[in-house]
Design a protein around this ligand. Structure first.
Ligand code: URA
Length: 235
């Protein structure tokens, strides 16, 4: 296997970045510095070091996108004995965990990974990664109410950051809202909608930054592709 591919699979960095690391002379194969591209490694026999630290496939970072169904909790254990999201991920031996949370009754895009650094980046408020939700709410919010959500609204004594919201469709007694927030406070979308007296009946997350749920069916999961993983690493 090409050295840079092996490095990417071990979770060192993207292939492109791994090439840079090689050219910087930071990589050794069996105690010999390799600073040219195109080197092949035997993934079973060769010992590869980056900055003198051995890299191993067992340490590979994995990134999974799940379309979470209703009824699953985004934790690794539930004291009430409810089903947990990792029950849905079969055939992955790494110890993965969800990045942030969706409520048990919320559906949609949930990331799971074993990459703690990435989790911190994605969940830290300073990073301002936009999360898009589709919410079915009671009634039809008027302009003033929508403006409140856009400008920020007090929940639990603290004002929310400005958000984007628009009515995608409205019926007589309910409407479908597209809502975009970049914070991740507990039950935030529900509390925002409650605060304008339009409680959420159903909630689904459809994207996190550039990652889109797309046509992934409820209850299904897939590994992120290289482009998506590189996007996460670029954050
Ligand atoms: N906001 C909520 O209210 N619930 C979620 O699960 C996610 C965002």
């Amino acid at each position: 296997m090409r050295l840079q591919k092996y490095m990417a699979l071990c979770g060192v960095a993207s292939r492109r970045k791994s090439e840079e690391i090689i050219l910087e002379g930071r990589v050794k194969v069996n105690n010999k510095v390799v600073d040219v591209l195109g080197t092949l490694v035997d993934t079973k026999e060769d010992k590869v070091y980056v900055d003198d630290k051995r890299i191993l496939l067992e340490n590979r970072k994995i990134y999974i996108m799940l379309n979470k169904p209703v009824g699953y909790v985004s934790t690794l254990k539930d004291e009430k004995g409810r089903k947990i999201v990792t029950d849905l991920i079969e055939g992955v031996s790494e110890r993965i965990y969800p990045v942030g949370r969706l409520d048990a009754d919320t559906t949609g895009l949930l990331l799971l990974t074993n990459d703690g650094e990435m989790t911190n980046k994605l969940t830290h408020p300073s990073n301002k990664v936009e999360k898009k939700y589709i919410a079915i709410v009671e009634g039809v919010p008027n302009k003033v109410e929508l403006e409140k959500i856009r400008n920020g609204i007090y929940i639990d004594g603290k004002k929310t950051a400005p958000a984007k919201v628009k009515i995608a469709k409205n019926y007589i007694d309910e409407s479908i809202l597209d809502i975009e927030i970049h914070e991740g406070r507990n039950r935030q979308v529900k509390k925002m909608c409650e605060a304008i007296n339009h409680p959420v009946k159903k909630l689904k997350r459809v994207s996190i930054g550039q990652l889109q749920l797309g046509g992934l069916l409820t209850g299904n999961w897939r590994f992120l592709n290289e482009e998506e993983t590189n996007y996460l690493k670029s954050l």
